[in-house]
Design a protein around this ligand. Structure first.
Ligand code: TRP
Length: 515
């Protein structure tokens, strides 16, 4: 990022006249290396694993996954398109032992329409939710996109980039996300401008207090002329990973307006112990590095957040860049017609085939850089067919046009199924996913050491103050101790409310009037 930070940046190292640059991956940049002749190279994911210090996803992980869930690993994992992780093993352990965890992912609503690349993390997250039967939160960062755009424009408010514009994009994106097929019983979706407050904000403040300006600028390249909103934003994206930011989803009260439940103005330790897994593209990793370093320093320590990280769906023009909403020829949009899809792939998709038919037949093509083949590896479920396409392309038996035709058919199928579901997502449907409510999820049906802390309590019951507050007891009404504590809390709240009322009715003193 930091295009506005030129004044603070150290002088650039001038290598030579061409714009040679290293690969740059962070939340605001995704670009492959540019070599001396100005060629953009494919993103080097092995290098990224080294640079970021994340772990590669291995065959052992896939086997473990299949053993724990009893289901075949998702194709995006089998093909290493989700290729790296942090503590994915620990999430599998926790699920096996204690039965559940929370999934968290998100999207920055930079425009009203989503493209094929945007759907990848959601596609994967949806299947994880189904396989594990766990709660999921999806954050739309309208605030991040507002602050970022305004920062990029050097503080100037440009048309189409006001708060209300990003809120509108967020709503459109939420409808698209719902059309991916998330289970309404276990999914909560929100925009920051509409939801942040209460326990969430409590976590934000605490997290902000744990990050210095030096640390933030070190992680994100902020400078002295970055607006302070953007600098502080990261705390929001980080604490969104804490189940304790969403008490209602687990059957606890928040203390917000309009109820201001005084008994809920306390932390619920039990929620702090629920682990979280974040499926996302690897550009978001810098946020969660900052998060992981601080999970255990929160007053109620959280287990370090686990991550499962994907590659980027390449632009139609080929490896080195990702699909971009601002370049319509780089991307297939989820609103494209079958004919537009066909045209875009036929005329823009980078081919790994040879210059001439004769050469192709003699020497064979390269599926590794072929965009049509790459998209098939994301969307074609059948492993055997994919391997066959790979083999025949390499041998020269299969031609570029044939690979493209297969890709067009598969992408058209995916996009039109999406569009059919999207047409059903009314405003009311959208709002139902966005209402803070107790989520219903089963988790692991036979955990070896069931957690008392993660099976949520009956709706609205004030929680008692002990660590096992969320246990709910065997009959779902809470243990004896919890019920007693709840009664006590309710009584206290009543007393406090009475006191408040009295205070409000009493004539004001002079000093109070002045303040
Ligand atoms: N910053 C992300 C974006 O610009 C949005 C986001 C928020 C997110 N929380 C997340 C993405 C968690 C992945 C996981 O797209």
């Amino acid at each position: 990022m930091a295009s506005t930070d030129k004044a603070d940046a150290p002088p650039a190292v001038v290598e030579d006249k061409t714009t040679v640059s290293k690969q740059k991956i962070d939340p605001y940049n995704v670009a492959g290396e540019v070599d001396e002749s100005g060629n953009v190279k494919a993103i080097d994911y092995d290098r990224l694993i080294q640079d970021f210090g994340v772990q590669p996803l291995t065959e052992e992980h896939l086997q473990r996954f299949e053993k724990v869930t009893g289901k075949k690993a998702h194709r995006l994992m089998r093909r290493k398109l989700f290729f790296s992780h942090r503590d994915f093993d620990k999430i599998l352990d926790a699920y096996e032992k204690h039965g559940t965890f929370m999934l968290y992912t998100g999207r920055g609503p930079s425009s009203g329409s989503m493209h094929l690349g945007h759907t990848v993390p959601f596609l994967f997250t949806k299947e994880l939710q189904e396989m594990f039967d766990v709660p999921l939160v999806i954050m739309l960062t309208d605030d991040e996109k507002y602050l970022y755009t305004r920062n990029k424009n050097e503080g100037v408010q440009k048309k189409g980039s006001a708060v209300e514009d990003f809120l509108k994009y967020a709503h459109e994106n939420i409808k698209d996300i719902i059309a991916m097929g998330f289970d309404p019983k276990k999914t909560f979706i929100y925009t920051d401008y509409e939801y942040l407050g209460g326990h969430f904000y409590w976590n934000i403040s605490e997290f902000e207090s744990l990050v210095t300006f030096n640390q933030a600028s070190g992680a994100f390249g902020f400078g002295n002329s970055t607006n302070i909103g953007l600098i502080a934003y990261m705390a929001k994206q980080c604490v969104a990973a804490f189940p304790s930011s969403y008490p209602e989803l687990f059957g606890y009260k928040d203390y917000r307006a309009p109820d201001f439940a005084l008994s809920a103005a306390r932390r619920y330790k039990a929620l702090a112990s629920i682990p979280t897994l974040i499926p996302c593209a690897i550009d978001q990793e810098p946020y969660f590095r900052v998060l992981r370093d601080r999970c255990e320093r929160m007053t109620d320590a959280h287990p370090k957040t686990a991550l499962i990280l994907s590659k980027f769906l390449t632009a139609l023009q080929g490896p080195g860049g990702k699909m971009s909403a601002s370049d319509p020829n780089s991307a297939i949009f989820m609103s494209d017609t079958p004919n537009q899809i066909k045209k875009k792939i036929n005329s823009h998709a980078f081919s790994g085939g040879r210059e001439t038919l004769e050469e192709h037949k003699r020497l064979g093509g390269n599926p590794d850089v072929d965009v049509a083949y790459t998209y098939l590896s994301y969307f074609l479920e059948d492993d055997e067919e994919l391997a066959d396409l790979n083999k025949k392309y390499r041998s020269g038996e299969l031609l570029t046009g044939e690979m493209k035709a297969r890709c067009i058919a598969e992408v058209q199928k995916f996009v039109s199924a999406f569009q059919e579901r999207r047409a059903q997502v009314t405003h009311e449907v959208m709002r139902s996913y966005m209402s803070p409510r107790k989520l219903e999820f089963g988790g692991n049906p036979s955990p070896t050491n069931p957690a008392t802390s993660t099976s949520a309590k009956p709706e609205g019951e004030a929680s008692g103050g002990d660590d096992k507050a969320a246990s709910g007891g065997k009959d779902g009404r809470g243990t004896k101790g919890e019920r007693k504590a709840a009664k006590l809390a309710a009584k206290k709240e009543e007393q406090a409310a009475k006191k408040e009322e009295k205070l409000a009715q009493r004539p004001r003193t002079e000093s109070e009037e002045a303040s």
